[in-house]
Design a protein around this ligand. Structure first.
Ligand code: ZN
Ligand code: ZN
Length: 160
């Protein structure tokens, strides 16, 4: 069953990444945002991710990988920009623990596909290194959106 859900999440993410490329760019004020509507099923709650907000985050990052801006990939045939993917630093499935939305530019990281796979699939030690790096970079933004938590909590979110 676990495998089934992991696959489902990955399929949803592929769809989400495609949606981002064609989504109009949002203009989110840099302050705490209300939690968006959720759809729930018996098995789990699904927090909606807004492709326009992710597009905004990628644009702010100039479509470069936030781990290293030299991680160039290729020009997207839709945006004609360097191809990157959007990743929620604090995973959206932990929205229940927060009073304000996690689906904000301050929590969305622009990553090259390799770094994106790494943050999801690397072993604990390697993942901690990139999480720590991104945490330092995003700390102020997380604070502006009132979703800042200690780094140790972020480590734990990725171990669930
Ligand atoms: Zn991701
Ligand atoms: Zn990268």
């Amino acid at each position: 069953m676990l495998d089934f859900y992991l696959q489902k999440e990955e399929i949803e993410d592929l769809q989400f990444q495609n949606d981002i490329l064609v989504a109009p760019t949002a203009h989110t004020p840099r302050k705490p945002q209300h939690i968006p509507y959720i759809s729930s099923s018996i098995e789990r709650q699904i927090w909606r991710r807004n492709a326009s907000i992710a597009r905004e985050a990628l644009q702010e990052a100039h479509y470069l990988c936030e781990i290293n801006n030299k991680h160039l990939t290729f020009k997207s045939n839709i945006t004609n920009e360097n191809f990157v993917e959007a990743h929620h630093l604090i995973p959206i499935k932990f929205q229940n623990y927060f009073s304000w939305s996690l689906d904000v530019p301050g929590n969305i990281v622009s990553l090259c596909p390799n770094c994106h796979r790494k943050i999801h699939h690397a072993n604990k030690k390697e993942r901690k290194i990139i999480l720590k790096f991104l945490y330092k970079k995003y700390k102020n933004a997380l604070s502006d959106y009132d979703i800042l938590v200690p780094l140790d909590n972020i480590y734990k979110f990725y171990e669930c």
